[in-house]
Write a protein that binds this ligand. Structure first.
Ligand SMILES: NCc1[nH]cc(CCC(=O)O)c1CC(=O)O
Length: 307
């Protein structure tokens, strides 16, 4: 009997993503034994969260490094990540399969809608992009750093006026009912790759690649490749306030890129369409339009430290 061991982090969201990825595969390959193995990351073990903070600034190694090692050591055959948490460059010997169909790409405000938040309202989020976008829209707001997994962040609504979370995570955890407002994509483009799974395998594992060949969605894949190519071109890690959202209509890919200073004082945007056959080219072209608007200066702006 063929066996495929699927790795992921331990969170409820990671488990839900594995289920979502495996459901069609289990139906299609009843003779394959799909097993799930949890791989704890350094960031998961660290309860005081100092490491978590470092890793969020440094591009995610502390959240994906153990998964990569487990793949290379053949403890698992495939890892299911949140694509947006992965650096744009693949580790040596590993590659991403074409992305499966993605979930809702939007950010969601829980607790209250933006227009209903009182002056000076405290809004929880740790993402630099979300803080910058919120302050650009509402300079009066008081962003507060929140950490932990999605359910933990939602508990902060007891003391905060609102929290921002990815709609995809809320939906996957059955918490869509907590959403007060889906933030509009034209003003709040998400993190590159948001809502998509990152399916990582060993580059030389022909068996796994063959078994998983049908799991990608060409539309999602072209969109996230354009978004991530833009991010790579701007040398942005997850600590930089960069939003990117690609959509597809009639085989034409349109990419909206946005860059905001950390305190939300300035914002630049670019939008271009191109063939979905060359998503990276589109991503680089949108990055070039942002760089023409002095993106470099915005990228060098000092970090904002929320409370
Ligand atoms: N960085 C944490 C993270 N990574 C992926 C998701 C949700 C799923 C997704 O955006 O694809 C989240 C939580 C959030 O941003 O609210």
């Amino acid at each position: 009997m063929v066996e495929l061991v699927v790795g992921s982090r331990a969170s409820q969201l990671a488990r839900a993503q594995v289920k979502e990825f495996l459901a069609p595969l289990r139906a299609r390959f009843p003779d394959v034994a799909f097993r799930h193995r949890v791989i704890l990351e350094d960031g998961d073990l660290d309860r005081k969260s100092d490491l978590r903070e470092v890793s969020e600034r440094g591009g995610g190694a502390a959240f994906a490094g153990r998964q990569a090692a487990a793949l290379l050591d053949r403890e698992v055959d495939v890892v299911v990540h949140s694509l947006k948490d992965l650096p744009t460059a693949d580790p040596d010997g590993l590659l991403l399969l074409p992305a499966p169909p993605r979930a809702d790409v939007r950010d969601a405000l829980c607790g209250a809608a933006l227009a209903d938040l009182p002056t000076g309202a405290r809004v929880g989020t740790s993402a630099a992009r979300r803080i910058a976008q919120l302050l650009y829209a509402r300079p009066d707001l008081a962003p507060e750093r929140i950490r932990g997994n999605v359910p933990t962040r939602l508990t902060r609504l007891r003391t905060l006026d609102a929290v921002v979370l990815a709609a995809a995570g809320l939906h996957r955890l059955g918490r869509a009912g907590e959403v007060a407002e889906y933030l509009p994509l034209d003003r709040f483009p998400p993190s590159p790759g948001q809502g998509a799974l990152g399916i990582q395998v060993r580059a030389d594992d022909a068996g796994a690649r063959e078994l998983l060949a049908g799991t990608g969605d060409p539309v999602t894949d072209a969109e996230v490749r354009a978004e991530r190519a833009m991010l790579a071109e701007l040398h942005g890690g997850c600590s930089v306030p960069i939003g990117a959202h690609a959509t597809t209509a009639d085989g034409i890919l349109t990419l909206h890129g946005q860059l905001t200073t950390p305190r939300g004082t300035r914002q630049i945007e670019a939008r271009l369409s191109g063939t979905s056959a060359e998503p990276e080219k589109l991503g680089r072209a949108v990055a070039a339009l942002l760089l023409d608007q002095d993106a470099e200066t915005l990228l060098r702006a000092p970090q904002f430290q929320p409370r």
